[in-house]
Design a protein around this ligand. Structure first.
Ligand code: MAN
Length: 349
């Protein structure tokens, strides 16, 4: 039902230059997506790193006091250093990321062939972004495009909001969710007089990572939080769930695609429909994933067995352009239709 594009991978680390000569691009992943006039825009997470050295591991961080990127290092043979997978290291239990991400636009006329802008769109600029800006979602609300993204630092994992009208200049609105939060996606219009979002608090010793719903009068202050979707033990969504791209208003309710990970950490995508007036209530959801890692570039990468979806474009003819990060390394795309995704959410396919 979701047909991978023949052009995949759409974007790879070879498609752009690093922001500094001493760095390299390690990954181009997890793209938000939007139609903007004649173009399809992706807002891609670009991870940069210090090239590998034999005796040490290096990490990048933005030093807000000095306003510049700096490099930290640990000796590879440090007994307190652990490397669980390609995403980062733990030193005395504290995580450092192997790459630092910024957000960059890639443009296309056909939704298949994309070219990166020469400069980043959103680059770490505050203490809350010291370790990077990750995994954006774009939602058009009235005449502005709002971008919710993950801001990572030693202050925790938070969610920041920015907006634009032209995808050239971006206004920052600060942190809208304190730690530990990810996967915030705004609904495109008010529901019963309030803005709505999904968000995803981290797991704790009491709870797994669930999708929540919150309400706001102004997009900045969020309240009336409720849990909407929890992981399902023993299934493809046993470990965690998180919102995908912008919800779409349909005749059957709000249609959303979301990500889930199983007990082994394999990421897949599901679909759900929620009540038009009460989006905190799910009407129906997929029993099985609608998209799971199958292609080589999804099975092998920085983080294996991963399809992470946060970009969706609905065309006037009902075509749905689905964009995703594969194995935390490259961007992919697939095509489906709105009708098929509604049928998938209702388990009718
Ligand atoms: C988390 C996020 C994503 C990433 C997946 C898999 O959900 O950090 O950015 O794609 O993990 O590593």
């Amino acid at each position: 039902m979701l047909k991978r594009l023949d052009e995949n991978p759409l974007l790879t680390p070879d498609d752009l230059s690093p922001t500094r000569e001493d760095l390299e691009v390690m990954c181009t992943l997890n793209p938000a997506a939007v139609r903007f006039g004649e173009e399809i825009l992706l807002l891609v997470r670009v991870g940069e790193k210090v090239p590998d050295e034999p005796d040490s591991v290096a990490y990048l961080y933005f030093d807000a006091d000095d306003g510049e990127l700096k490099v930290g290092r640990y000796a590879r043979d440090d007994p307190d250093l652990e490397c669980p997978d390609g995403r980062g290291y733990y030193h005395h239990g504290q995580m450092v990321l192997s790459s630092m991400s910024h957000l960059r636009i890639a443009r296309s006329r056909d939704g298949k062939n994309f070219t990166f802008d020469p400069q980043p769109a959103i680059f770490p600029a505050t203490p809350y972004e010291a370790y990077g800006c990750e995994d954006a979602r774009i939602t058009k609300i009235e005449d502005r495009y709002y971008i919710a993204y993950t801001a990572v630092s030693d202050r925790g994992v938070t969610v920041a909001l920015a907006s634009t009208t032209d995808f050239v200049s971006f206004e920052r609105h600060g942190i809208i969710f304190p730690p530990y939060q990810k996967d915030v996606v705004l609904f495109p219009e008010k529901v019963r007089g309030q803005y709505v979002c999904r968000h995803r608090p981290y797991k704790s010793e009491f709870n797994p990572a669930c999708i929540w719903t919150a309400w706001s009068p102004d997009l900045y202050c969020w309240g009336r939080h409720e849990q909407t979707l929890a992981p399902n033990p023993g299934t493809w969504e046993a470990n965690r769930v998180g919102a995908g791209a912008n919800p779409l208003k349909t005749s059957e309710g709000w249609l959303e695609l979301y990500h889930a990970a199983d007990a082994q950490g394999r990421y897949a995508v599901g679909a759900m429909l929620s009540d038009p007036e009460h989006p905190e209530r799910i009407l129906t959801k997929t029993r099985e994933p609608i998209f799971r890692p199958e292609a080589e570039y999804e099975l092998q990468g920085v983080y294996h067995n991963c399809v992470f979806h946060n970009g969706l474009v609905l065309e006037d003819d009902g075509t749905l352009r689905f964009f995703y990060g594969a194995a935390d390394r490259i961007c992919g795309g697939a095509l489906t239709t709105l009708d098929e995704m509604i049928a998938a959410a209702k388990n009718e396919l």
